[in-house]
Structures are given as structure tokens and as C-alpha cells.
Design a protein around this ligand. Structure first.
Ligand code: FAD
Length: 391
């Protein structure tokens, strides 16, 4: 490999160039970023940047030391054998990494709607969160919950509209998510579940039942889609993201990583695309291994955290219907609690509320596939690592 082009300058793109250098790659490296600035961290955009604790989320990088040809405001427009195309002309290369992330879904309608993906989105939203302003948030997922937290704290009148029957519906089943609903009311946020939006109109939202919800500001937080349109015609398999193998290779010399990559997981026996920070942080090391001829495999227990309504929540693993649920603590009475999913005697996933050790230890136990003793697991005084069955 003499020249590797990384398309996409988010966390995954940055960590890919760093991992290549750390693993001894000395050839040319070019990083193409569609945005006008160096890579920055996105988690603060819905948290510390909205409440003013952080203004500049730029990720630290020693660009001179890394020896990377950085081209900001330069989107990759196509990929073919031997080159990545841009509006400024082709960039010849013998390896390419696709790290173009994901972009928010927008709703129909000609009313003004905000989404939250870039630092510019976050700064503009912060300004819009004026005391007394009515804010409608569509979607009660991780981002919707975090923005509702910040908007309520800023003194806005906040209504969250959710099509599902409970918040965090794509991540959690009802029995675990419903106990989180009092958090919303506790922060003064009105949560409308089982409520679909037809369109965003001037002055608010038109709901599916034909009614109108007035709002000064509308934020749409209903999910993201992988950014792959620029790869049409590349010959790569594009489904829900760029289809890659367990080494994150789409074909020899081409890898995909981060929110855009759909990799094969032997652990779960299915293809996964995980839109969380931990993937963009860790998977680039596997890309570097693959491009440099190593045989590292990316097959983690996925992990996400969220800070909402004064609570630190973490989910590690992957549960499926039919897994049995074990509670550690009682959400009705305990401020901190966790829910664990077991299949037979193996820990599949954990959702922890203000119990960070449960998330860390649970993830490790799930990763190792160790059997656990359900009775000990159900005792919140017993650390999860000590619930591993002795055999
Ligand atoms: P991105 O961060 O999307 O970076 C991709 C980059 O590629 C972008 O800069 C994009 O402009 C650029 N690009 C796109 N197309 C092209 C092109 N054709 N050519 C060149 N460049 C291109 N995860 C958690 O686990 N916990 C959290 O609390 C959390 N909070 C979040 C809060 C917000 C507001 C957001 C938006 C995300 C949050 N996430 C969180 C998710 C996490 O930030 C993402 O999973 C992570 O940023 C993905 O990194 P990435 O590099 O794959 O993609």
C-alpha cells in the first residue's frame, strides 16, 4: 500500500489515519472531509454543547506528526479502482477507507425543521433554546431524550412526539423502557407516545390524526441513514450501509468503518451496523490491521451511553425476544438500577441506569460468554463479575 485515501473526517476517519500510523504505515495518507473543519466529537453536541459547558468539540490530533494530507470541505463523490473522485478531481490511491458516517432522516413538509448532526446544528439549536420557547421534538430516542433534557433545563416548553408506545423504542423493550417515562415528566417535558407526525408545517407539526401541534422550534430526531449515495456505481454491495466482512473489508484494498459500515458478526450470526461512538473509536484499529495484511477481526459486544434527565444510562450487548430479564434493583423505588438479559445462562445484554460498573462488567462477561448465576445476578449488591457461575 502506497497511498491510502480515507473518505470521511469524523471520529472513525481520524482514528483510521491514527491507527495506520500507529501500526507502522509510512506511505501517503489523504483524509477527505466534507465539513469545513477538522474532525470533532459528536456526543457533546446533544449534551455539553447545548448547555454551554463545551463550545469546541474538536478532537485532538497532531496533524503534522501524522503526516496526513488533510482536505476539508472536499467530499468524495465516487470510488473506483485506483482513485477516489472529488469535485476537485480524482485522488489516485491503492487503498480506500469509507468513513462517511450517517445523516439524519428528515420529515416531509415545508415547515422549518432542525436536525442535530453537526457542530453548526448544535450551535444554532443552542441559540434557539430560549426560555419560554415552545420546542417540539420528534422522536424519543437517545438524541430526543438528550435534547429534551437540555431544552427543559434552558426553560423551554418541551413536547416530545413519539410514534411508538414508549421512549427508546428501538433500543429497549416496553418492560425496561416504560420505567424511564417518569423521567420525562419529572423534567417538565410532555411526552406524547403512540403519536405520529404527518408533516412539519410552518408553526409546528401536523399529526397523523389531523391535529396541529404548535411549536416555535421543531427538532426531528427520528434516526439516521448511512451516507452511501456517493458510492453508487462503485461496484460495492450497499445495503443498510457498506457491506463488509468481519475484517471490515468491502473488497481487497477497500474497507468501511464507523456508522456507515455493516459488518458480519460471527458472535451474533448476523450483519450489524452500529451507530455508536464506541464503534467509531475501536473499529479503525481493525481497518488498519486489514489494510496492512493483519488478521484482526471486529466482533465486539456493542455499547452506547446516553446522559438524560440527570441520569447516566448505558446499554451493552444485544438482546432478542425470548431472552429472560433479570432486574438488579427496582426502577420503581431505586434511583440506580439495571436490567440484564440472559439466554440460558449467558448474559446477552445489560441496560444500566447510574450503575456504570454494571455496564462495564456486564459487557465484559457478555464478551467472554461466561455463564452466570441468575440468582446472584439479581442481587444488586453482588458485582456482575462475581455473578459468573463457578464452573
Ligand atoms: P460521522 O461522525 O458521521 O463522521 C462522518 C464524516 O464524514 C462527517 O464529518 C461527514 O460530513 C463526512 N462525510 C460524509 N460524506 C462524505 C463524503 N462523501 N466525503 C467526505 N466526507 C464525507 N454515540 C454514543 O455511543 N453515545 C452518545 O452519547 C452519542 N451521542 C451522540 C450525539 C449526537 C448529537 C450525535 C449526532 C451522535 C451521537 N453518538 C453517540 C453517535 C456517535 O457520535 C457516532 O456513532 C459517531 O460520530 C460515528 O462516527 P463516524 O466517524 O462513523 O461518522
Amino acid at each position: 500500500m502506497e497511498h491510502c485515501v480515507v473518505a470521511g473526517a469524523g471520529l472513525a476517519g481520524l482514528n483510521t489515519v491514527m491507527a495506520l500510523r500507529t501500526r507502522g504505515y509510512e506511505g501517503r495518507l489523504t483524509l477527505l472531509g466534507a465539513e469545513p473543519h477538522p474532525p470533532y466529537d459528536r456526543p457533546p453536541l446533544s449534551k455539553q454543547l447545548l448547555d454551554g459547558r463545551v463550545d469546541d468539540p474538536t478532537l485532538p490530533a497532531d496533524w503534522a506528526g501524522l503526516g496526513v494530507d488533510c482536505r476539508w470541505e472536499t467530499a468524495a463523490t465516487g470510488l473506483r479502482d485506483g482513485a477516489v473522485d472529488t469535485a476537485a478531481g480524482p485522488v489516485p490511491c491503492d487503498a480506500a477507507v469509507i468513513a462517511t458516517g450517517a445523516a439524519p432522516v428528515r420529515l416531509p413538509g415545508d415547515g422549518p425543521q432542525r436536525t442535530l448532526r453537526t457542530v453548526e446544528d448544535a450551535r444554532a439549536l443552542r441559540k434557539a433554546l430560549r426560555p419560554g420557547a415552545s420546542v417540539a421534538i420528534v422522536g424519543a430516542g437517545w438524541i430526543g431524550a438528550e435534547v429534551a433534557t437540555a431544552a427543559a433545563a434552558a426553560g423551554c416548553r418541551v413536547t416530545v412526539v413519539e410514534a411508538a408506545a414508549h421512549p427508546l423504542a428501538t433500543a429497549l423493550p416496553a418492560e425496561v423502557a416504560v420505567p424511564t417515562t417518569p423521567w420525562w415528566a419529572g423534567a417538565g417535558v410532555e411526552l406524547l407516545t403512540d403519536t405520529s407526525v404527518r408533516s412539519v408545517v410552518v408553526g409546528g407539526l401536523e399529526l397523523a390524526d389531523g391535529s396541529f401541534l404548535a411549536a416555535d422550534e421543531v427538532l426531528v430526531a427520528v434516526g439516521v441513514r448511512p451516507v452511501t449515495a456517493w458510492l453508487d456505481g462503485s461496484g460495492l454491495t450497499l445495503g443498510d450501509g457498506v457491506v463488509v466482512d468481519e475484517r471490515l473489508a468491502a473488497r481487497p484494498g477497500v474497507c468501511a468503518v464507523g456508522d456507515v459500515a455493516a459488518w458480519w458478526s460471527a458472535r451474533y450470526g448476523e450483519r450489524l451496523r452500529v451507530e455508536h461512538w464506541d464503534t467509531a473509536l475501536r473499529a479503525p484499529a481493525v481497518v488498519a490491521s486489514t489494510l496492512l495484511g493483519g488478521d484482526d477481526v471486529y466482533d465486539p459486544v456493542p455499547y452506547v451511553w446516553s446522559e438524560q434527565f440527570g441520569r447516566y444510562t448505558q446499554y451493552a450487548g444485544r438482546h432478542t425476544q425470548g431472552d429472560s430479564l433479570v432486574w438488579r434493583g427496582d426502577p420503581a423505588t431505586d434511583a440506580a438500577w439495571a436490567a440484564c438479559w440472559l439466554r440460558d445462562d449467558r448474559l446477552r445484554a445489560v441496560f444500566a441506569v447510574d450503575r456504570p460498573r454494571d455496564a462495564v462488567q456486564g459487557r465484559r462477561v457478555a464478551e467472554r460468554g461466561q455463564p452466570v448465576d441468575a440468582a446472584r445476578l439479581a442481587d444488586p449488591a453482588v458485582p456482575i463479575k462475581l455473578a459468573v457461575a463457578d464452573r
